[in-house]
Write a new protein. Structure first.
Length: 71
């Protein structure tokens, strides 16, 4: 269990260090009001759209080569 949690942490941190995760809806960037929650027996965040943008050309090249199977 601990190994799985550490692997998940490393994966999340790696993605966040390589990409900007921007809130996006209908062509407009969202402000502070994106954190809306549904009501009911269990509270949960309502769906929202995001854009995931590489932080640099090097990251973009690495991801493209990894996906295409290139080295």
């Amino acid at each position: 269990m601990y190994l799985a949690m550490e692997a998940l942490w490393i994966t999340v941190v790696s993605v966040l260090s390589a990409f900007d995760v921007l809130l996006w809806e209908e062509g407009k960037e969202l402000g502070e009001d994106f954190g809306k929650f549904g009501s009911g027996l269990f509270s949960h965040p309502l769906p929202f759209k995001v854009r995931i943008v590489p932080r640099s050309k090097e990251v973009e090249g690495f991801v493209r080569s990894s996906v295409s199977g290139g080295g």
